[in-house]
Design a binder for this molecule. Structure first.
Ligand SMILES: N[C@@H](CCC(=O)N[C@@H](CS)C(=O)NCC(=O)O)C(=O)O
Length: 219
């Protein structure tokens, strides 16, 4: 069997997959792809993923992109722990809903609002902040009375959403109005295997790099 993950530590979708890998105690061969240097546009990488994004998992020659589908695949094939991605159709539907809420609403709104700030040094657009706040309110509602985003067990949706939420916090989005989210984030930090190493350290590295760049632009 050969299993490889093409990744870069600071990348949010890569961090989500890496948190799941720790949870299921699986160690694929790690293949760094430096997107800053354009390595994701090489002929070899485009063969694996014409969409030229990381992460990409390659399982015995079978490549799969998109972090959430990678997590579905890993949970279906590489763990006996059914609670991470339940087989029951209704429970699975809730997990899927949370994953699609993340890619379609939470992360998307965060990226629309903050990527111009992060990558282009632009000022913050308050109209877009309102949309991010609305998405965080919805997440807060999902968490009402529940320990995890899809119910009472940690699932792959928690890995997906925790990288969005922690990255938002890392670039200055105020989580304090969303008390369920604040409590859940602490629960993730306390319960996800190697959270500090896999998510926090890579996120801190990303934020440091970003702040350094902002400083350069301000000079
Ligand atoms: N929805 C994708 C997003 C992947 C993504 O955009 N990755 C970034 C790094 S964080 C990337 O590879 N960017 C290079 C590109 O889009 O060409 C996922 O969850 O895997």
């Amino acid at each position: 069997m050969s299993l490889e993950l093409y990744y870069l530590g600071p990348s949010p979708p890569c961090r989500a997959v890496m948190l799941l890998l720790k949870a299921i105690d699986l160690s694929p061969e790690m293949k760094p792809v430096n997107v800053m240097e354009g390595e994701h546009l090489s002929e070899e990488f485009l063969q694996l993923n014409p969409q030229h994004t990381i992460p990409v998992l390659v399982d015995d020659g079978f490549p799969i992109a998109e972090s959430r589908s990678i997590m579905m695949y890993l949970a279906d094939n590489y763990t006996e722990n059914e609670s991470l991605y339940p087989k029951d159709p209704k429970q699975r539907a809730i997990v899927n809903q949370r994953l699609f809420f993340d890619i379609g609403t939470l992360f998307t709104r965060f990226a629309e609002c903050y990527h111009p700030v992060i990558w282009k040094g632009e000022g913050i657009n308050e109209n877009l902040v309102v949309k991010v706040e609305e998405a965080f309110s919805i997440l807060n509602t999902f968490l009402e009375g529940h320990d995890w985003v899809a119910g009472d067990e940690m699932t792959i949706a928690d890995f997906s959403i925790v990288v969005t939420v922690s990255t938002a916090e890392g670039v200055g989005f105020d989580l304090s109005p969303y008390s369920n989210v604040v409590d859940w984030l602490q629960r993730c930090k306390d319960n996800m295997v190697d959270y500090e190493e896999v998510n926090q350290a890579n996120l801190d590295h990303f934020v440091e790099h970003w702040k350094g760049k902002l400083g350069e632009q301000g000079e």
